[in-house]
Design a protein around this ligand. Sequence first.
Ligand SMILES: NC(=O)c1ccc[n+]([C@@H]2O[C@H](COP(=O)([O-])OP(=O)(O)OC[C@H]3O[C@@H](n4cnc5c(N)ncnc54)[C@H](OP(=O)(O)O)[C@@H]3O)[C@@H](O)[C@H]2O)c1
Length: 285
Amino acid sequence: MTRVVLVTGASSGIGLATAIAAAKAGFTTVGTVRSGGAKLLAAAAAARVSIDVRQLELTSQTSIESCVDDVVHTHGRLDALVNNAGIANSSPTLELSTMDLLRRQLEVNFFGVVATSRAAMPHLRSTRGRLLTVSSVRGVLGQPFNEAYSAAKFAVEGFMEALAPVAASVGVTVSLIEPAAVLDTSFVASSTLDPAQVLASSGPYEAAFRAYRSWVASGAVEGAQTSSEVASVIVEALNCEDPALRIPTSDYARGYLSRKLRDPSGRDLLAMTRGWITPAEPALR
Ligand SMILES: NC(=O)c1ccc[n+]([C@@H]2O[C@H](COP(=O)([O-])OP(=O)(O)OC[C@H]3O[C@@H](n4cnc5c(N)ncnc54)[C@H](OP(=O)(O)O)[C@@H]3O)[C@@H](O)[C@H]2O)c1
């Protein structure tokens, strides 16, 4: 009997790499896309594995439910769900954002994950399966100018942390996958945020936003991994006897998370994130 895994957002990046790695590891693998699927099928052909490509839109309850039902109808069971699909931050900071942009972020990155998990849960219960969600270190530590993204991932973290003991009582293991930056994905391109436009209308936040942009540009996005590296950690979690609730995907990500967990007052953390958005002092002449 082969185990069946459903990976959402498998058209690119971490989801595509995870679908390929899971299929290589012997899982019957279903990868979801919003449309097309040619890139995933080409990657599967190149890796000489077979992937069942399905359509799933996270903002549509009907799409989610019919995808999960069809998977179980075709394959007879569901052993693991990897909630991977998500979008990058598309909302500038609070005052510069709109309620629609803020809600959209939560709709996809939080309610989409909850709806998919809810549809999968009865099937995971019957296989005593795995519920894995790709969160982010930004879901543990708030990133300036990424409030909406951090909020959605914090919501995912809280939801899954609270669900974990309840799910365990019916035999389902809940885990959060915690990558830091992963550069070989379509993630940044998925953001509709135009930095030049934000800058032009940033008013009192201009200096902080400029400093943040130069912090990002100066390579301060440290500890980057490839999507294949993250995929190996996910497949390890699928195979592991007793996976942890939080699974950092690298030592860098582990260090990042521990900064939050060892600083309950948040003072050290704020000193660090304020440093990211504070304009550098002009050099002394
Ligand atoms: N890249 C990073 O630095 C990083 C770091 C930490 C965590 N993560 C998390 O990793 C996960 C995967 O991101 P990635 O970096 O691999 O980015 P990616 O290459 O952009 O992949 C995102 C996937 O999600 C799908 N998706 C987006 N909106 C969707 C919707 N409304 N309904 C269904 N599917 C949707 C995309 O489909 P389309 O092709 O149709 O858009 C794509 O397949 C995300 O949850 C992200 O938050 C990423």
